[in-house]
Write a protein that binds this ligand. Structure first.
Ligand SMILES: [Zn+2]
Length: 388
């Protein structure tokens, strides 16, 4: 059997259907955990492929799971489909389309598969950590390796995504008339401003590639009252989860220092965080080989590649995983989360890339099932790097 050829033919034949589906998702952007429309379309399409779909997996209304194949190891193909307040500016409609197409390709040879494929719908990548919840609820138990692919303005078979810690800081001051008796007050806003300044001073001492960025979510109650309560949020990012925790602790110390200096009190809450992405090179290189054969070189991302964060990082800490980036826009013409990227996520270029990536993923998944030494090498590498 020419498995790769059959996969490619099936995905080509599936193109019109999956492009229409991906476009529909694009036209109905839904925020994290609210992806009812997208999950509905994807589960319907999976059922039409003959899959038995489990809905509301892990207690998440918009998560789903479908499994097929024969005896042997199991590879998961993950779909994301949540949007941002400015629409599908992260192109998750293409991630969903690529995953579904890959599954369609593999389903066409299901009876000859030397293992199992799991199609998992993972909600809320944008700040909700759907994959973390699914891991905790056991939805990824028994899976040997996982993959997904994300559109950007770069083409790479790896993505050095950073770990994050999301902090909320609340300051409590003492209110007073801002003109009549300011000496009776202590400003919770001054504490926020000092926190930002201390963080800026601290940046110099962070390791390369680290990030701290924050916003003020409550700046006070009225201009003529010394602010009694203020709130700000920070994201700390770093190359490893351990170091990111250290950065978040430094941000907290800046806040405590600011509170002391301004006579206020600070409370903090760790809202959540993602782990850094450990790119499994055994898998990524095989994916790159298929991508190149399909006409597009997908190199390993250099260490200083600009990057964000993803809950796929958490998946990569429990099993071998890849998260290649595929290019749907030129540099400078809009990248992820920018308004301009919304149009790229619904373009012919985007859909062409989605189909090619679907083939490369499906062929890689097939190879992991059909070549025990490839999966063994992915697992060996995972074991050696999992604490990083
Ligand atoms: Zn994204």
């Amino acid at each position: 059997m020419d498995a790769h050829g059959e996969i490619a033919r099936t995905i080509d034949n599936y193109r019109d259907k999956v492009v229409a589906l991906s476009h529909e998702i694009h036209e109905h952007p839904e925020l994290k955990f609210q992806e009812v429309f997208a999950a509905g379309l994807l589960t319907k399409a999976a059922s039409e492929l003959g899959l038995e779909v489990e809905r509301e997996v892990g207690g998440l209304k918009t998560a789903f799971r479908a499994e097929f194949g024969g005896k042997g190891p199991t590879v998961a193909i993950l779909a994301e489909y949540d949007a941002l307040p400015n629409g599908h500016s992260c192109g998750h409609n293409l991630i969903a389309g690529a995953a579904l197409s890959a599954v369609a390709g593999l389903k066409s040879i299901a009876s000859q598969l030397p293992g199992r494929i799991v199609f998992i719908g993972t909600p809320a990548e944008e700040g909700g950590g759907g994959k973390i919840i699914l891991i905790e609820k056991g939805a990824m138990r028994g899976v040997d390796a996982a993959m997904m692919a994300h559109p950007t303005d770069m083409e790479f078979c790896t993505m050095p995504a950073l770990a994050t810690q999301h902090l909320r800081l609340t300051f409590h001051g003492r209110g007073a008339h801002a003109a009549l008796a300011p000496w009776d007050g202590s400003s919770a806003l001054s504490a926020v401003l000092q926190t930002f300044q201390s963080d800026d001073a601290m940046r110099l001492h962070l390791r390369d590639g680290s990030r701290i960025h924050g916003i003020i979510t409550d700046g006070g109650q009225a201009v003529n009252i010394i602010p009694v309560r203020t709130e700000c949020m920070f994201l700390a990012r770093g190359k490893t989860s351990k170091y990111t925790k250290e950065i978040a602790e430094r941000v907290l110390r800046c806040a405590e220092g600011a509170a002391m200096a301004t006579g206020t009190r600070v409370e903090h809450e760790v809202i959540g965080g993602y782990k850094n992405l450990i790119n499994n090179l055994s898998m990524a290189r095989r994916y790159a080989t298929h991508s190149e054969a399909l006409g597009v070189k997908s190199l390993e991302a250099p260490a200083d590649t600009p990057t964000g964060s993803t809950d796929m990082g958490d998946v990569s800490h429990v099993m071998p995983a890849i998260h290649p980036s595929f290019k749907i826009a030129n540099r400078g013409e809009g990248n992820c989360h920018e308004d301009a990227f919304v149009a790229h996520a619904d373009s012919k270029r985007g859909y062409d890339a989605m189909i090619r990536v679907a083939k490369a993923m499906a062929m890689t998944a097939y190879d992991l099932l059909a070549e025990p030494e490839l999966l063994a090498s992915a697992k060996k590498e995972f074991e050696a790097r999992k604490e990083s």
